[in-house]
Design a protein around this ligand. Structure first.
Ligand SMILES: Cc1cc2nc3c(=O)[nH]c(=O)nc-3n(C[C@H](O)[C@H](O)[C@H](O)COP(=O)(O)OP(=O)(O)OC[C@H]3O[C@@H](n4cnc5c(N)ncnc54)[C@H](O)[C@@H]3O)c2cc1C
Length: 493
């Protein structure tokens, strides 16, 4: 083999996670290659839900807005049982300009990310399989094999492992993937449903034998997901047919409907697993390579994309020496708690929705309307689905960083009045009010690490990260604590 090719970052896998990583890193000027063993992008719709938080972050990165007209936005999720509606979660309550869930096939999301990546000058290298990796603590050597069987050795300063749930990098490095496989069998299908199902809400039908959920994709098409209570469909091992989906629908849903025009179906079991650390030396894991869970809440793809929004700016700043190397450890310490919460709530949801215990069914029919009648529960549920309430409060990076009013370091900064348009997406942005002159003087010494905007706050100051979370905040007298915090994580030029 010839001498290794040297590159700052190798991204393995061109699913939504790898594409988001390459997008963010190349935008920040980091030399990056992205490879995928598949010769073509997958045409399967798989993840359908694009959540509000993902759209907020992608919008300012050149992708979010063009997604909207291609998909169908739903503004509510309704729960039904025994022929009547139990409750409705008003997703339109989400505190975001994107107050709903965009239903868009994963293949489309991947196409748009790939196109934006192309505009940034990076081409996905397809038919390229990473067959070995070795981390020698100064760099990572990866052997990649082309479809023609030719091997190339790549020496990367860092590798982003976005190679999906069966991650060969995770296995090669001996990184454990603890968790469990849940006992139930599921089926899903993308098809037409003629009937009276609304197209602006997700409809979930609960029965003693399990559940059926339908996600409207627009123009009469729906993603139907259901439990396969007897396991018969799973046992015959092939993708369910339209007749089998119709039978499951009729068994649970008390609405006349005709299912037809199936273009993709699948059956699966749910795994709920996460790596103990998203970092193993110079390899950073993200997306399904790092965590898998029930697809029911439409969270998986969004978690992967947001992993990369957290990682991208940190990796770029460590690579060019603006940040201290241990800033990279906060990728795992911030994202893993968010991931674990999603695992917990999807496991609980799965257990409650799947239960065939008549007592549990009676309880959920009784409790759901009461719980969801409360404003606080509605707001919390909408924000949680939209991944708007997730944040890094209390994390290592937020320690000693200061607060302002109700805002705590680590919180998501809302994108009100297009405030993200004013963000420096390659550095921290200081929004300083008229009284914060002394703080502005402090950051003058931190050129390239902090950009100053004298707008947006009437008193005090806010320091916002490129991924839209609050890095630090305070009043006019908090310059010294800001300086200490900057010294802790960054290198003054
Ligand atoms: C049937 C099904 C339905 C789903 N439904 C939903 C849903 O409704 N909502 C939701 O949020 N999520 C859903 N998901 C999950 C969602 O698809 C994943 O969360 C998402 O694809 C994760 O993206 P990723 O980029 O991390 O991994 P992947 O999309 O798995 O991409 C990994 C990529 O890595 C490549 N690769 C693997 N090994 C190598 C190697 N050694 N060298 C080079 N390339 C490699 C693969 O070819 C692949 O393209 C569903 C998944 C399935 C299978």
């Amino acid at each position: 083999m010839t001498a290794p090719t040297r590159i700052p970052v190798l991204v393995v896998g061109a699913g939504p996670t790898g594409l988001a990583a390459a997008l963010e890193l190349s935008r920040l000027g980091v030399g990056v290659r992205i490879v995928d063993r598949a010769s073509h992008p997958s045409p399967e719709s798989r993840a359908l839900a694009v959540q509000a938080r993902t759209l907020e972050l992608l919008r300012v990165r050149g992708v979010g807005e063009e997604m909207l007209p291609l998909g169908n936005t739903v503004r509510a999720a309704a729960l039904h049982a025994d022929g009547h509606r139990l409750a409705r979660v008003e997703l339109s309550r989400m505190p975001s300009a994107f107050n709903g869930i965009l239903m868009l096939a994963q293949s489309e999301t991947e196409r748009l990310l790939t196109e934006q990546l192309g505009r940034q000058g990076v081409k996905v290298e397809r038919g390229v399989d990473v067959v070995s990796v070795r981390d020698d603590s100064r760099s990572v050597s990866a052997t990649v094999r082309s479809a023609a069987g030719e091997d190339e050795c790549i020496e990367a300063q860092y590798v982003v492992a976005a190679d999906g749930p069966h991650s060969s990098i995770r296995k090669a490095l001996g990184v454990p993937f603890p968790g469990r496989t849940l006992p139930h069998d599921y089926v899903l299908a993308d098809l037409h449903i003629d009937g009276s199902l609304p197209e602006d809400q997700v409809s979930i039908f609960l029965a003693r034998s399990g559940f059926v959920a339908v996600f409207p994709m627009g123009h009469g098409r729906f993603r139907m997901m259901a439990t396969d209570p007897t396991g018969v469909l799973a046992a015959h091992g092939t993708a369910p047919t339209v007749a089998e989906m119709q039978e499951l629908f009729d068994r649970t849903v008390e609405l006349p409907a005709r299912l037809h025009g199936l273009n993709w179906s699948s059956q699966f079991r749910i795994n709920s697993r996460a790596v103990p650390n998203l970092r193993s030396g110079r390899v950073l894991f993200g997306g399904d390579a790092a965590h898998v869970h029930s697809p029911a809440g439409g969270q998986g793809m969004n978690l992967g994309i947001q992993d990369m929004m957290n990682l991208g700016w940190k990796l770029a700043m460590v690579l060019d020496g603006r940040a201290r190397p241990d800033l990279l450890d906060t990728y795992s310490s911030e994202r893993l708690p968010v991931v674990r919460k999603v695992l917990r709530f999807t496991e609980i949801g799965t257990r409650v929705f799947n239960s065939t215990n008549p007592l549990v069914h009676a309880l959920r029919v009784r409790m759901a309307p009461r719980a969801l009648a409360r404003d606080a529960v509605q707001n919390a549920a909408a924000s949680m689905f939209g991944q708007l309430s997730a944040g890094y409060r209390g994390g290592e990076l937020a320690l000693g960083a200061g607060d302002l009013g109700a805002m705590r370091a680590g919180d998501r900064v809302p994108d009100t009045d297009g405030c993200y348009d004013a963000l420096d997406l390659g550095a921290l942005t200081l929004f300083a009010g008229p009284s914060a002159g002394a703080v502005v003087d402090v950051v003058r010494d931190w050129e390239g690490i902090v950009s100053v905007r004298d707008e947006g706050v009437s008193s005090g100051w806010l320091l916002v990260r490129p991924d839209g979370y609050l890095a630090a905040a305070g009043g006019p007298g908090d310059g010294a604590s800001l300086e200490r915090w900057l010294h802790r994580w960054f290198v003054r030029p």
